[in-house]
Design a protein around this ligand. Sequence first.
Ligand SMILES: [Fe+2]
Ligand SMILES: [Fe+2]
Length: 177
Amino acid sequence: MLTEEEMICLLKADLSPHRFSHTLGVRDTAVELACIHLGDEHICRTAGILHDCAKSLTESQMLDLISRFDIELYPGEKENPELLHAPAGAALAQEKYKVNDKKIIKAIRNHTLGPKGMSLEEAIVFVADFIEPSRKSFDGLEWVRQLARKDIHAAVDECKRLTKEYCIQNGRVLLDF
Ligand SMILES: [Fe+2]
Ligand SMILES: [Fe+2]
């Protein structure tokens, strides 16, 4: 696996400034939540850094990575290209960042949809993505931030509930997980 410094350097070159600062926010929030909930700090930190690593790829680059690494897509993912950076990121983490820890790869893979039965570390990265400090404020965000520090799995449910609400209000496709 590359060092954190090397990862940061590559991400800074690949991502927009906004996405890059979001990435650092997710890393720091994931580490904080790992400390509170006694999760594995290394897994949360690395998955936090890399969770959006495939964000600037084209759709065909993402689909190519997904098929080369034999990553199974969830129903509806292929039809919603904005979701593909999660499975593509799980592949890119292995190919470009030389990650081979399955728990890190899975936390990257599941960070968009938060499927049922996630590990503590997967739940932490999923919630950290939602609440990191640079997220634009919206109704319910402060409440999830508080909840995340008390009960991480309840925070996962609340993030999904708020996403669902947002999708309904904005006429977006809703994937139920
Ligand atoms: Fe993402
Ligand atoms: Fe993200």
